[in-house]
Design a protein around this ligand. Sequence first.
Ligand SMILES: Cc1cc2nc3c(=O)[nH]c(=O)nc-3n(C[C@H](O)[C@H](O)[C@H](O)COP(=O)(O)O)c2cc1C
Length: 217
Amino acid sequence: MKVLLVNGSPRKNGNTDRALEECAAVLNQEGIETELIWIGAQAIRGCTACGACSRNGDCRCIFDDDIVNPLIRKAAEADGYIFGSPVYYAGLNGSLKSLMDRMFYAGGAVMRQKPAAGIACARRAGATITADEINKFFQINGMPVVSSTYWNIVHGRGAGEVEGDGEGLQTMRNLARSMAWLLKCIQAGAQAGITAPELERGTMTNMVRGDLIDGAN
Ligand SMILES: Cc1cc2nc3c(=O)[nH]c(=O)nc-3n(C[C@H](O)[C@H](O)[C@H](O)COP(=O)(O)O)c2cc1C
């Protein structure tokens, strides 16, 4: 079994990376393979809503000049995911947001119903909302969201400062233990004939009420 960890910080060896390394070490102790991918510091284009990925249905974004398509292919081979972001203005890093929009819109099917967690790293504030923001990608894709003994956040500013956040690193280790446990349960379930449910699709009800355009409410 393999967990893909994605460092969404433009700082390769910053605090987000350190938090993900803490998760990876425990996952490895649990016998689970890991791969940590840094998204880099180059521009990542946002989704242009062109719809090509939906029409083609091939789990590829039409823009093939950055990390998104290679990451979708890596995600297809993984059993679980941890996405980490530094907190930027109380939200996730812009490059990671662009990446996740396109990765999930084009390639969500390769991750569907596999467990995942979002983690966030802040100097001071905005971490829980950022972790929640990442988790939103999973919750619309049938993916069990993995928890820990605190919300999945760490604190620090300069690279390495997270070392002083003992509880944050403990939270990362317990997140990894929970991820390992869930992956093993899913594997044992599959061996016993219990597989992920077939999910209903097809009904999309847009929240538009034309009858209220001239009316009250
Ligand atoms: C553009 C920018 C915006 C930031 N906004 C916040 C913020 O809203 N709240 C906060 O606590 N820290 C904020 N920070 C600090 C980073 O979240 C913090 O330094 C974090 O450790 C960076 O993680 P990294 O080392 O993985 O890049 C901001 C940093 C930058 C560069």
